[in-house]
Ligand binder design. Sequence first.
Ligand SMILES: CCC1=C(C)/C(=C/C2=NC(=C\c3[nH]c(/C=C4\NC(=O)[C@H](C)[C@H]4CC)c(C)c3CCC(=O)O)/C(CCC(=O)O)=C2C)NC1=O
Length: 169
Amino acid sequence: MRDAVTTLIKTYDITGRYLDRDAIDDLKAYFSSGMARVQAASAINANAADVVKQASAALFEEVPELLRPGGNAYTTRRYAACLRDMDYYLRYATYAIVAGATDVLDERVLQGLRETYNSLGVPIAPTVRGIQLMKDAAKALAADAGVADTSFVDVPFDHMTRELSEIDV
Ligand SMILES: CCC1=C(C)/C(=C/C2=NC(=C\c3[nH]c(/C=C4\NC(=O)[C@H](C)[C@H]4CC)c(C)c3CCC(=O)O)/C(CCC(=O)O)=C2C)NC1=O
């Protein structure tokens, strides 16, 4: 599991190079956005339960058949599994925000996930929709916490969306 700094160092170490101007620019960007990353993650953490609750409620309103007999989130057990998955996506997104890298998502969340979902019949499109709804909520929370440019908050959510659905967002 790597963050923005260790990823950069690894890249340069492989070829035995000193950090060049590009690397220094990347490092400056990472460190200068550090407080904003921590602020955003902290605002999301403090409201995580609400984010999951509201995003899932909005998702089930948009796709009500998920909760009906035959739907993948039908039965208490599967409903709970769905909310738990949403919570995983949100929590790991906050780790990736702090790390400034999506490595943690590839390693801990996305590996084998599509296959698992496909074998259990968990539909990808509404899952992706749920992730995007949480992204909107997370951005709003970061903005409320005083983060001026919240575009970095998009990155982990869009990464999970892209990897899950293999489509461009
Ligand atoms: C930390 C990394 C991690 C992830 C991401 C993860 C996901 C994950 N979600 C699962 C199931 C599931 N995931 C869902 C999710 C949904 N169903 C829907 O209709 C909705 C679209 C969606 C919620 C938004 C459901 C319902 C199940 C249970 C499916 C079943 O057992 O039939 C399973 C199968 C095993 C289990 O039930 O626990 C895994 C491994 N597990 C992990 O350890």
